[in-house]
Write a protein that binds this ligand. Structure first.
Ligand SMILES: Cc1cc2nc3c(=O)[nH]c(=O)nc-3n(C[C@H](O)[C@H](O)[C@H](O)COP(=O)(O)O)c2cc1C
Length: 407
C-alpha cells in the first residue's frame, strides 16, 4: 500500500518513544521505505540500533556526521526524498521549535528543509498539553499545514487518566495513508470549484462612541476553517468581526463591526455561494439606542434597553436554495438536545456543537449533527484539525459533479 513511499519517522524524547518500534514495523509491512531520525533525548529512551534493525536503514541521530553514507548532504537529501514526515512521539519541545522556526538538530533541520507533508503525533503530560504556549504553537503549525493525530485520553506515564497519550501506531499509520492519498489532492483539491462563505469572530454592539456589548469569541475556529477551505481549493470569503486572528492567505476578508454589518456583508456576498459556514458569535441583542456622545457617569443605576438583532442564520435557512448551510452552537448544557433544536428550527444541513468553554481556546471537542440526524463526536483537538474534520463532513453532504482533472 505504501510501495515507493519514503517516510521519515522523527522520534523525539517522549516516554512513548518505544512505540516507534511498532510504528516502524507497521509502515515496513506496508512496504514503505522508512528513515528514522532521532533527537538526542530520544536516544536516551530507546536505542537507535533497534530502529535501525526494524527499519533496515541507518538511523540519523546527528546533523554533523557522514551517515547515512549513501547520501551526499544527508539531511537535505532526506528532506527532499521524503513523501511524508511523521513525528511520533512529538514532544512539547519539538512542537515549540517547529512553530518558532528553530532548526538546531537533525530532525528540525530536515523538517524545515522538506516540502513533504508533515504529520505530528503529540505525546506529553496533560498539563504540558494544556499549557497555552503549547496550544499556541499547535495552532501556528495548523495554519502552516502541519497535520495532527491525537493526543488521546488515557492512562499517562505520570499515573493520571487524562489527555496527552500518543495515538496508537495503528491510528498514526491510518492518518499517514490518508495524508499520502491527499497528496494527489494538492493538485486537485477536494473543494476546488466551491465558493465558501464563512463568518468568524464576535460582534460589537455600540452603546456610545467608546463602549459596546461584545462577546469572547476569538475567531480562531472561523479563521481555521477559512484557511483549511482555501488550502483545499475553495474560493473563500471570510466575513469577520473584530479579532486578533491573522487573515489567511488567499482569502477575501470583509471586516465588520456589529450584527447589522455582519448581516449586510453576508447577504451581499451570499449569491453564488455553495457553502455557508456561520461560525461567528453574532449578538442576539443590541442597545435600542446608540448614544452619539460619550455617556457620563451620573445616576447610581443605569438602565440600558436592548432590542433583538435579526437572526442571520434563520434568515439564510428560510431561503437556502441549495446552499449547504452550517451553523455553530456553543452550549453550556444539554448540548445535543439544544443543537438538534437549532438544526431543525434554522433548516441547517449541519451543526457543529462545542462547549461554551471552548470560546477563545485553541482546541475544542466538537460534535457534528447532520440533517439526517447522525451524531459524530470528536476528542479534544486543535481548531485547525477540527476545521478539516468539519470540511470532510460538509463534503460528504454536498452533491458534487466529478472533478474532470481526477479522471
Ligand atoms: C523519562 C522522560 C519522559 C519524558 N516524556 C516526555 C513526553 O512524553 N513528552 C514531552 O513533551 N516531554 C517529555 N519529556 C521531556 C523531554 O524529554 C524534554 O523536554 C526534552 O528536552 C525533549 O527533547 P527533544 O524534544 O529534543 O526530543 C520526558 C523526559 C523524561 C526524562
Amino acid at each position: 500500500m505504501l510501495n515507493g513511499k519514503t517516510i521519515i519517522l522523527g522520534v523525539t524524547g517522549g516516554i512513548a518513544a518505544y512505540k516507534a518500534c511498532e510504528l516502524v514495523s507497521r509502515l515496513k509491512k506496508l512496504n514503505a521505505d522508512v528513515r528514522v531520525v532521532m533527537t538526542k533525548e530520544a536516544t536516551k529512551l530507546i536505542g537507535p540500533i533497534t530502529l535501525r534493525t526494524l527499519s533496515g536503514n541507518p538511523v540519523v541521530t546527528d546533523l554533523f556526521t557522514d551517515e547515512p553514507a549513501d547520501l551526499p548532504v544527508p539531511h537535505i537529501a532526506l528532506a527532499q526524498k521524503a513523501d511524508l514526515i511523521i513525528i511520533a512521539p512529538c514532544t512539547a519541545n519539538i512542537i515549540g521549535k517547529l512553530a518558532g522556526g528553530i532548526a538546531d538538530d537533525a530532525l528540525t533541520t530536515i523538517v524545515m528543509a522538506s516540502p513533504a507533508k508533515k504529520l505530528i503525533a503529540p505525546a506529553m503530560n496533560c498539563e504540558m498539553w494544556r499549557n497555552p504556549v503549547v496550544q499556541d504553537n499547535i495552532a501556528k503549525l495548523g495554519v502552516r499545514s502541519f497535520e495532527f493525530v491525537g493526543p488521546e485520553e488515557g492512562m499517562l506515564a505520570c499515573g493520571v487518566e487524562d489527555i496527552g497519550k500518543m495515538s496508537k501506531p495503528r491510528a498514526i499509520v491510518k492518518a499517514a495513508i490518508k495524508l499520502l492519498g491527499e497528496n494527489k489532492e494538492t493538485l486537485t483539491p477536494d473543494l476546488h470549484g466551491q465558493k465558501v462563505l464563512i463568518t468568524a469572530g464576535g460582534t460589537r454592539e455600540a452603546i456610545d462612541p467608546i463602549r459596546f456589548i461584545g462577546n469572547r469569541s476569538s475567531g480562531k475556529m472561523g479563521y481555521a476553517l477559512a484557511a483549511a477551505a482555501r488550502r483545499r481549493g475553495a474560493d473563500v470569503t471570510l466575513v469577520s468581526g473584530p479579532t486578533q486572528a491573522a487573515a489567511p492567505e488567499g482569502v477575501t476578508v470583509i471586516s465588520v463591526e456589529d450584527a447589522k454589518g455582519m448581516r449586510e456583508a453576508v447577504l451581499a456576498n451570499r449569491p453564488g455561494q455553495n457553502i455557508i459556514i456561520m461560525a461567528a458569535a453574532v449578538a442576539d441583542y443590541r442597545p435600542t439606542i446608540t448614544f452619539w456622545q460619550k455617556l457620563k457617569k451620573e445616576n447610581e443605576v443605569f438602565e440600558l434597553e436592548l432590542s433583538r438583532t435579526v437572526d442571520i442564520l434563520a434568515e439564510l435557512g428560510r431561503t437556502k436554495n441549495g446552499t449547504c448551510l452550517v451553523g455553530f452552537a456553543a452550549e453550556t448544557n444539554d448540548h445535543i438536545e439544544n443543537a438538534r433544536a437549532k438544526l431543525s428550527e434554522k433548516n441547517l444541513d449541519l451543526i457543529v456543537v462545542n462547549d461554551a468553554s471552548a470560546i477563545e481556546q485553541d482546541s475544542s471537542e466538537i460534535k457534528l449533527i447532520d440533517k439526517h440526524g447522525n451524531v459524530e463526536e470528536y476528542p479534544m483537538q486543535a481548531k485547525p484539525q477540527s476545521a478539516n474534520i468539519i470540511l470532510d463532513k460538509i463534503i460528504s453532504l454536498i452533491p458534487r459533479s466529478p472533478d474532470p482533472r481526477l479522471s
